[in-house]
Design a protein around this ligand. Structure first.
Ligand code: PEP
Ligand code: MN
Length: 343
């Protein structure tokens, strides 16, 4: 449950509401949501005197449905959350692009990739230093050396970096080098990692588990937010289905549904969602048409040499075409949105 206070509620009035719960041994947390104070109530099955609280003059309304009373729910912040990475805003009006190789492989590769990304006007580069791989014998990333190379690429080109953290114990290390921490599909329900990432105060890119329901996905974001970190970018990266022509099935239905259910920005990763480079352009455009706040794609200066996910890496040429088409699409979309709706 959450109690939404009136805008001008003073600290005494907030405390009065908290006291009602405290006397019943129910924990509460106060959040300052723009100007409106919100009290989150951690009641499980305990009785809550709803009418008594509703009648208090400083209380605006109560939200009692479990799902709507989550910190990640749209009701918590109807205007939406903007995630800030330096001066880049994700979740604001214009969609953003994130691009880069699957993994950091060596200095030359990541510097070339950063240059490709920068040339296209993209300000956030991806690149894994700690790689979750199905086989323990595959290339599993350069670890700390990879993080150092990402920092070097940022210093040379000015692009910011997002990279995956696999383990709660590595959060301080990765947070030291990265601008955004990625939590990958395989770790979406690693609650210890989610909590550690939440405490890091860095923006978090949270990928949907490959068989996670939407509720499970949002609950994982709730773990991060409950640590006091609302800088969360959700990422749809495809779910596992019976199809045999693509690596995963990109669930684009989820984009408008997340927009209804949560205030957090949602981006789409068509690279892992399809596993095939020729599907990245159409599915990027489809993601933006569905209302995504951005797309994240894999590009490699020499895909034939890539140590992971080579089949889905865009070539530099395809990448340039993609960026151009996306930019054209965004321009068209902005004009389209100014025309009256059809229904
Ligand atoms: C990645 O983006 O580097 C990655 C490993 O993706 P996912 O967690 O979605 O499989
Ligand atoms: Mn990859």
């Amino acid at each position: 449950m959450i109690v939404i206070m009136k805008k001008d509620a003073n600290p005494d009035q907030i405390k009065k509401v908290q006291d009602i719960f405290r006397h019943r041994d129910i924990e509460t947390v106060v959040y300052q949501n723009q100007e409106t104070p919100i009290i989150q109530v951690h009641s499980e099955n305990q009785f809550v005197p709803v009418e008594q609280i509703e009648q208090l003059p400083a209380v605006d309304r109560l939200i009692t449905k479990t799902e709507e009373s989550l910190l990640v729910s749209r009701q918590f912040r109807p205007q939406g959350t903007v995630v800030r990475v330096g001066d880049l805003e994700i979740g604001n009006t214009a969609p953003v692009m994130i691009a880069g190789p699957c993994a950091v492989e060596n200095e030359q590769q990541i510097l070339e990739a950063a240059e490709l990304v920068r040339e296209q006007g993209i300000r956030l580069m991806r690149g894994g230093a700690f790689k979750p791989r199905t086989s323990p014998y595959s290339f599993r990333g350069l670890g700390q050396r990879g993080l150092e190379l990402l920092a070097k690429a940022r210093q040379k080109t000015g692009v910011r970096v997002v990279t995956e953290v696999l383990d709660a114990a590595d959060v301080p290390l990765v947070a030291h080098f990265a601008d955004v921490l990625q939590i990958g599909s395989r770790n979406m329900q690693n609650y210890k990692l989610l909590k550690a990432a939440g405490r890091s105060r860095k923006p978090i890119l949270l990928k949907r588990g490959m068989s996670a329901t939407l509720t499970e996905f949002l609950m994982s974001a709730e773990y991060i937010m409950a640590e006091g970190n609302d800088q969360i970018i959700l990422c749809e990266r495809g779910i596992r289905t019976f199809v045999d022509y693509s690596r995963n099935t990109l669930d684009l239905n989820v984009v408008p549904v997340i927009k209804q259910r949560s205030h957090l920005p949602i981006i789409v990763d068509p690279s892992h969602g399809t596993g095939r480079r020729e599907l990245i352009l159409p599915m990027s455009l489809a993601a933006l048409a569905a209302g995504a706040d951005g797309v994240m794609v894999e590009v490699h200066p020499h895909p034939e040499q890539a140590l992971s996910d080579a089949e889905q890496a865009l070539t530099p040429e395809l990448f340039k075409q993609l960026v151009q088409k996306i930019n054209n699409f965004i321009q068209w979309q902005q004009q389209y949105e100014q025309t009256p709706p059809l229904y």
